[in-house]
Design a protein around this ligand. Structure first.
Ligand SMILES: Nc1ncnc2c1ncn2[C@@H]1O[C@H](COP(=O)(O)OP(=O)(O)OP(=O)(O)O)[C@@H](O)[C@H]1O
Length: 300
């Protein structure tokens, strides 16, 4: 569906995409993840023809002339600009006419898509009065007006509450079930876990592209999850036998290569310091653990 071979993109001295190769399969949901500035947005913009690559090969839907297949691609940019003072229906109608869809067809497609996204009952509401989640659904609806075969979304749920994020992903799943290929950049690891494959990008390079399960199986260390009431326990256990320590909300993930030794060490240290342990147990690594490690290693 999309072949990217040794593509490079530089902005002056900044190498935003560095010799990156990736094959995106028809019918998959591919997640793009990586730290801020990794090159995810640039890669999406190259794939949809908004930016020209500096070198390399790319073909989309069988064509190297991206302009000629633009009408088969949908795009939800990171900052989708709605006309706040137009209604949901007016916004969507405007987008339809920008795509050159006939007036009568716009009516029919708008109804279909607003029903699908759950926005039909809000069709007369001003876009500026929608909740964050609804605004993102409107962005999604706008990107679907011309019924694309492949849909690119650049961090579409940033700043949206967890329930709205879940609903949004249900819509993506439904589109995918109907055969749409989806490429989505996300900063949320729980969303990355919902993708069929995840491409981890760092400093413009593709570090690895695998299924979430493959990433987790390949994780080279073990994780102990620690819950305590006190905050900032880092200095209490910094001398324990461990490789790394990250806080995830009110929990800590302790990275080790010797679970028993680390567990005993932490139990002793925290007991000595009279810090009650609420939970200390081995857990399966999450994608978040995998990517924290990749990022710390600079991608290796
Ligand atoms: N138009 C531009 N001019 C100059 N530099 C740019 C431009 N667009 C992107 N860059 C640089 O290219 C690199 C990759 O940026 P990009 O926005 O693609 O990363 P990203 O992974 O999408 O990050 P984020 O999630 O923060 O948007 C960064 O160093 C960025 O500053």
């Amino acid at each position: 569906m999309i072949n990217i071979i040794e593509v490079t993109k530089s902005f002056g001295s900044v190498m935003a995409i560095d010799n990156l190769s990736l094959h995106i399969q028809k019918g998959e949901i591919l997640g793009l993840v990586g730290p801020d500035g990794a090159g995810k947005s640039t890669l999406i913009r190259i794939m949809i023809g908004l930016l020209a690559k500096s070198s390399g090969h790319i073909d989309v839907l069988g064509s190297t002339n991206i302009e000629s297949v633009k009408n088969k691609m949908g795009y939800v940019p990171q900052k989708f600009s709605l006309y706040q003072d137009l209604t949901v229906m007016e916004n969507i109608t405007l987008i339809g006419s920008l795509y050159g869809i006939e007036k009568q067809k716009i009516q029919q497609i708008s109804q279909e898509i607003l029903t699908f996204t759950g926005l039909w009952q809000f069709k007369n509401r001003l876009a500026g009065k929608l909740s964050g989640g609804m605004k993102q659904k409107l962005a999604l609806a706008a990107g679907l007006m011309h019924k694309p075969a492949v849909f690119f979304l650049d961090e579409p749920t940033t700043g949206v509450d967890p329930v709205a994020r879940r609903e949004f992903w249900q819509l993506l799943y439904n589109l995918n079930k109907e055969g749409m290929t989806i490429v989505v950049a996300t900063p949320y690891m729980d969303e990355a876990e919902l993708c069929h494959r995840v491409a981890f990008i760092n400093l413009g390079q593709l570090i690895s592209c695998q299924t979430p399960a493959q990433f987790i199986v390949a994780y080279p260390h073990q994780i102990l999850e620690l819950s305590v009431e006190s905050k900032h326990i880092n200095h209490h256990i910094k001398d324990c036998y461990l490789l790394d320590l990250h806080s995830f909300g009110n929990k800590y993930h302790i990275v080790t290569n010797d679970i028993d030794r680390t567990r005993t060490d932490i139990e002793q240290k925290l007991t000595q310091q009279k810090i009650p342990i609420l939970k200390l147990q081995k857990i399966k690594p999450s994608l978040e653990d995998v990517f924290v490690l990749f990022t710390a290693q600079g991608g290796a």
